[in-house]
Design a binder for this molecule. Structure first.
Ligand code: ADP
Ligand code: MG
Length: 611
């Protein structure tokens, strides 16, 4: 007997729905993208119960004829592409013709729609893929979708939904991603009768302000500087946060050709550009928009996947890195960047240091360059970006009319013996701006970056402890629970022995849950979980895989987080202790990340300065 048969449409659609419509937020995304594809200028979203009970999207777009309205719910029914070749010339968000069929399979749906040219519209009701009624109706032009009782017929899915607050957060995140690429469209979001967002059509910058600058963080956009790079391969524009606005929960968005995307590799480019400006648990805000020819990216994007493949990722990585460095550099030296505002430019006063001139940096691309091979840049000459922007408030710039104070120090630093004979025990150090230690030495004045010195000391101490399997741990009073993605859990399990050597005691309590029972003592009061997550993510992003690389990464992140921060006062005893420990380091000149720890203002250059 033959046993193969075709599945009825309703079952096939339900299976498809499992992929496309995973939660209220994905349903909302599909509906709103349809409205945008229909050319809507105003979109209203109404939700009840975080979308479980109702998800409604009202638009003033093209509307549908009665027949189209019915057709729209068939699987692979789309007005957006006709042939495979169109896939490479996409101008719409949707094209697979799957969304409405999927939603109709797992919810009770009511749509009212009218084309502007038609006199009457149509109302259509569908539940679980069955058309219940369709009749003419008087209604405004445009389309009004009501999705009720999502997953009413798939109890397993409904149970799988998270708490209302989590589902609402997902909805709001999806909303941000759409609102941030369509600033020219007005959006309204009402949740359980409360108006959450009312965003008029505006410039992109104003849109960002309207979303994120609500009461708590008014003036959010004054924390941003603009980003722009036009090359033959790609154009990049948007806004990035000033380093001082970085925080644990930063707003970070990449978009490509009008679509939100996740891109851990490009994220790494951003983080590289900010290196040395942020502490381990700080992340910069960014809103970065790429546009490039559609054939340069993989268009066959799965509706729920936000990772997008680019053909020339390394080159774009470099362009992005250079563009960000340029913006940060400009922000430090050109006090006229914040184009949307007049007057109150929050440029630090050091930005106006007279006598500093920098030529506009060139974007040069090395297609062979691979950021994933950990490389420590010990010479600054290779790339004049660094000098341009890494030390915005550096004291060294006070000596800027000296030929090249950094080169000076580098030459001297090779002869450390000369510098460090016994001056360290005799001279009286002092603190400067809660950031530096000034230490008289044989040949001049040493300016030591406290944070860098401290982090290098901690790093070498941690590496030693890890190698000897002798961590110094600190029990946690109330163990915290980490819920991770499957990938992160996997990685955490692999790295557990190394993390253990560093002082983390981690127990797996469920498949993807872990309790953190002890943390490295070095961390003191810093947020150990944030550091742990940072370690995991940087390892995941950079694909580090050897034990040695892991040890380096773990020690680096811990040291970075635990080292004394700018602005914190050091007791004299602590300062002396730090100097002693730093003086015993094998390499006193560079941090493990290749940053310079101290500068020497030679007696000679002081004389010249005062000339
Ligand atoms: P896709 O968006 O991939 O084409 P969907 O299932 O999301 O597939 O939608 C099917 C079709 O229904 C669309 O191609 C479009 O013609 C029509 N449609 C859906 N939503 C709207 C809307 N809000 N306004 C006008 N037409 C719509
Ligand atoms: Mg669609």
């Amino acid at each position: 007997m033959d046993i193969i048969h075709l599945l009825p449409d309703s079952v096939a659609n339900q299976i498809a729905a499992g992929e496309v419509i995973q939660r209220p937020a994905s349903c909302l995304k599909e509906l709103v993208e349809n409205s945008l594809d229909a050319g809507a200028q105003h979109i209203q979203i109404i939700i009840l119960d975080a979308g479980r009970t109702l998800l409604q999207v009202i638009d003033d777009g093209s509307g549908m004829s009665p027949t189209d309205a019915r057709m729209a719910f068939e699987r692979h029914a789309t007005s957006k592409i006709r042939e495979a070749a169109d896939l490479f010339e996409l101008h719409t968000m949707g094209f697979r013709g799957e969304a409405l069929a999927s939603i109709a399979a797992v919810a009770q749906l009511e749509v009212t729609t009218r084309k502007p040219a038609d006199e009457t519209g149509t109302i259509l009701e569908i539940a679980g893929s069955q058309v219940l009624r369709q009749e003419p109706v008087q209604c405004p032009a445009g389309t009004n979708f009501k999705v009720k009782n999502l997953f009413f017929n798939v109890p397993a899915r409904r149970r799988f939904l998270k708490t209302n607050s989590t589902e609402l957060r997902n909805i709001v995140n999806e909303f941000y991603r759409i609102a941030l690429v369509n600033p020219n469209v007005s959006f309204m979001l009402v949740n359980d009768d409360e108006l959450m967002f009312d965003l008029p059509a505006s410039s992109l910058k104003q849109r960002i302000e309207n979303i994120f600058g609500k009461t708590a963080r008014k003036g959010f956009t004054s924390q941003l500087v603009d980003l722009k790079a036009d090359t033959s391969v790609v154009s990049v524009y948007g806004y990035i946060g000033k380093p001082e606005s970085a925080s644990r929960q930063a707003q970070q968005y990449f978009f490509v050709n009008g679509r939100y995307m996740r891109h851990p590799y490009f994220h790494k480019a951003v983080m590289t550009a900010y290196q040395g400006m942020l502490t381990a648990d700080q992340q910069p805000h960014y809103f970065i928009y790429f546009s490039l020819s559609p054939e340069m990216i993989d268009v066959n994007i799965h509706p729920t996947k936000t990772e997008i493949k680019f053909q020339d990722e390394q080159m774009i990585w470099q362009i992005l890195l250079a563009a960000i460095k340029e913006s940060l550099g400009k922000f430090n030296i050109v006090p006229s960047l914040d184009f949307d505002r007049e007057g109150d430019l929050d440029i630090p006063s050091s930005a106006n240091t007279p006598g500093q001139t920098f030529s506009a940096p060139q974007v040069r691309v090395n297609p062979q360059y691979n950021p994933f091979t950990e490389h420590i840049n010990r010479t600054r000459s290779a790339n004049n970006w660094q000098a341009l922007y890494t030390e915005p408030k550096s004291i060294v710039s006070a000596a800027s009319d000296l030929a090249d104070p950094l080169a000076d120090t580098a030459a001297e630093a090779n002869d450390e013996a000369l510098l460090f004979d016994d001056t360290l025990t005799q001279a009286a150090p002092s603190q400067y701006k809660d950031k530096y230690i000034l230490l008289p030495a044989t040949q001049g004045l040493l300016i030591i970056d406290r944070h860098r010195a401290h982090m290098t000391v901690l790093y070498s101490q941690l590496r030693e402890q890890m190698q000897n399997h002798k961590p110094v741990i600190q029990q946690v009073l109330f163990p915290e629970v980490l819920d991770l993605s499957a990938d992160d859990s996997q990685l955490l399990l692999q790295m557990t022995p190394e993390l253990h050597n560093a002082g983390f005691e981690i127990t797996q309590i469920a498949r993807n849950s872990f309790s953190v029972d002890a943390v490295p003592a070095e961390l003191g009061n810093t947020n150990a979980l944030a550091v742990l997550m940072e370690i995991l993510h940087s390892v995941a992003e950079t694909g580090l895989s050897t034990q040695e690389q892991w040890q380096h990464r773990i020690a680096l992140s811990l040291a970075e987080a635990a080292a004394i921060q700018t602005g914190k006062q050091l007791q004299d005893r602590e300062m002396n202790d730090l100097i002693q420990r730093w003086a015993q380091l094998k390499d006193k000149t560079f941090t493990p990340a290749g940053k310079r720890i101290f500068a020497l203002l030679t007696d000679e250059s002081i004389l010249k300065l005062l000339n």
